[in-house]
Design a binder for this molecule. Structure first.
Ligand SMILES: NC(=O)C1=CN([C@@H]2O[C@H](COP(=O)(O)OP(=O)(O)OC[C@H]3O[C@@H](n4cnc5c(N)ncnc54)[C@H](OP(=O)(O)O)[C@@H]3O)[C@@H](O)[C@H]2O)C=CC1
Ligand SMILES: CC(=O)[C@@H](O)[C@H](O)COP(=O)(O)O
Ligand SMILES: [Mn+2]
Length: 383
């Protein structure tokens, strides 16, 4: 039985992971459940999964959780959020959304044998530091993000020096094929209507702007050590092929399957074994088309910006990621429009000076500063 810590247990990925654990209860013992704000759901999860420890980021709710656990006749103990990083485990699932995931991800690395990584923003902000920390502590990094998980699986068919390119597939989101005029007044509800995946709000907006694919290009660069010029994106509206590896002999190996995140989570938890937990068979009964198109990076500028920042310095990546995070929140609050998201990121990339970044602490400090500058920019009415 392996021990598992879950950061972001109350989110879309966290819930899929817990659903998976229920299928084979004997395989994992839950060491930690960690949430952000949703204490009601966390309490339900605690009662059902009886983890050794539980925590919540929100300070007020942490007090409530502590009292709740003291009065509960199960073994779960409260642990302050920051102290939970040094709890030892076989596997840590990093599934907090956004840059808030960086500290728990990074600080858990010395204490876990495997990092199952869904929080792509950690790699965008600090891929080089996450990699060197994993190397230092001999921690295995297995991607959960479906494209990177597909590439991890496909790479088992060859060696790194035999790779010609990586092909990341993108659904295209709800606005695939639309032009600037049609995008000007799209609503939040239309943007959250993802055609193929059911996910949290932030990543769903990122899918619609193609920033999700931009963040994934950077994530792929750091996870697999492949140059940006060899990482391509193809719009694949069916979301059946989850990504591909092109080898130097001309062969292309891909991974296909249902659009259900339980599958890549299962792979990341059980690797290198493959197990049967429930019937995830793909339905070949229906007619199957597989289309692949070039992305329109002039209309969906975020993808173009991400390649540029990926090829730039770490400071560029921090601004890209955090300006996007702030802009997405303002879009969800209907304070800015859809097309203003990439405009805002571009403006912040022009405006904010990059400091010298040498340590993970420098990344964390700069990230906080960028967020504050971005929030001020919107509040000041300049945008
Ligand atoms: N959803 C998906 O299918 C996929 C997601 N990913 C990546 O996985 C990550 C999670 O995405 P998703 O599950 O969709 O996101 P959700 O919005 O559904 O869930 C986010 C989780 O993060 C927690 N959280 C938010 N802020 C904080 C904070 N400051 N401190 C601690 N916890 C916090 C939330 O807690 P609470 O709800 O309690 O406030 C929640 O548990 C993202 O990086 C995303 O890009 C990658 C591939 C697919
Ligand atoms: C499931 C997953 O990994 C998401 O990142 C998904 O790929 C998002 O869909 P898009 O392909 O539309 O960005
Ligand atoms: Mn993905």
């Amino acid at each position: 039985m392996k021990t598992l810590k879950i950061y972001g247990s109350t989110g879309s990925i966290g819930k899929s992971c817990l659903k998976l654990l229920k299928l084979k209860r004997e395989d994992f013992s839950v060491k930690l459940l960690a949430a952000g704000n949703n204490i009601d759901l966390l309490k339900e999860q605690i009662v059902e999964f009886q983890p050794e420890f539980a925590t919540i980021f929100n300070g007020e709710k942490a007090k409530e959780l502590k009292t709740f656990l003291e009065n509960l006749s199960i073994k779960t103990s409260f642990i302050p959020f920051e102290e939970s990083f040094s709890l030892e485990s076989d596997i840590t699932l990093s599934a907090i959304v956004g840059s808030a995931g960086l500290i728990p991800t990074f600080k858990s690395i010395p204490y876990t044998k495997r990092l199952a990584l869904a929080n792509k923003e950690s790699m965008v902000l600090a891929g080089e530091f996450v990699n060197s920390e994993c190397e230092k502590y001999n921690t295995e990094l297995i991607p959960v993000d479906s494209e990177h998980n597909a590439i991890h699986q496909s790479l088992r068919a060859g060696k790194k020096h035999e790779v010609k390119s990586l092909i990341l597939t993108a659904s295209g989101g709800p606005f695939f094929g639309k032009g600037v005029e049609e995008l000007k007044n799209v609503t939040v509800a239309q943007t959250l209507n993802h055609p193929t995946w059911d996910m949290g709000q932030k990543i769903t907006v990122d899918s619609a702007t193609l920033m999700n694919k931009g963040l994934e290009v950077i994530e792929a660069h750091f996870l697999f050590g492949i140059d940006y010029d060899k990482i391509n994106v193809r719009i694949h509206p069916q979301s059946v092929v989850h990504s591909m590896v092109e080898f130097i002999d001309g062969s292309i190996i891909c991974q296909m399957g249902k659009t259900d995140m339980m599958l890549p989570i299962q792979y990341a938890l059980y690797f290198p074994e493959r197990v049967h937990t429930e019937d995830f068979s793909f339905d070949f009964g229906k007619a199957l088309r597989l289309d692949f198109f070039e992305p329109d990076i002039e209309t969906f500028k975020s993808l173009k910006l991400a390649y540029k920042c990926g090829k730039g310095d770490i400071g560029d990546r921090v601004i890209l990621n955090s300006a996007n995070e702030v802009a997405v929140n303002y879009f969800l609050d209907e304070k800015i429009k859809f097309l203003q998201i990439p405009e805002f990121i571009e403006r912040m990339l022009d405006k904010i000076e990059r400091p010298v970044i040498r340590t993970i602490g420098d990344v964390i400090d700069f990230n906080e500063r960028v967020k504050n500058i971005c929030i001020e920019e919107v509040k000041s009415g300049n945008f």
